[in-house]
Design a protein around this ligand. Sequence first.
Ligand SMILES: [Mg+2]
Ligand SMILES: [Zn+2]
Length: 185
Amino acid sequence: MKRAVFLDRDGTLNREVGYIGDPAGLEIVPGAAAALARLAAAGYALVVITNQSAIGRGIYSRAQVDAVHARLVAELAAGGARLDGIFLCPHAPEDGCECRKPAPGLFLQARDALGIDLAASWMIGDTVKDMAAARAAGVRPVYVTTGWGERDRAAALAAGLPADDVVPDLAAAAARILALSAPAE
Ligand SMILES: [Mg+2]
Ligand SMILES: [Zn+2]
């Protein structure tokens, strides 16, 4: 079993700009690839966990999301980082699925597909939903104030997030995880 860092997408890996149906709309946050490469070097699998309800709402297609993800993978690879998986919820909120964050379903899918030890894993995200989903899966969350993070900060703290687990961005989140991690086996 391997440990993982789960990554929210919008507002965490790339700038929060609303629905992204076109790869041209994807803007990776500064320092993301280098931060992910450091986590991978420490023995963490890197797994994106993202709600993409625009598919279920009929705003754009699964193929469009796949094209956005192809660009995400390519840009991170150009910076020296390789993702181990991307797990997405395509459902609308009213579908009542078990994978839309704050439900933990995507974490459980990733665990089963990739053999991940959730108790040894982390999640980086910018919303209260990310934090709740991680906790429901038994994964420790770290909260970034990019994306919706500044807006949701008070609610995240009120929900029990330790203040030390609130950091400015993905690079700072990676640094915090590495500082608290045992060396890779
Ligand atoms: Mg987000
Ligand atoms: Zn779902």
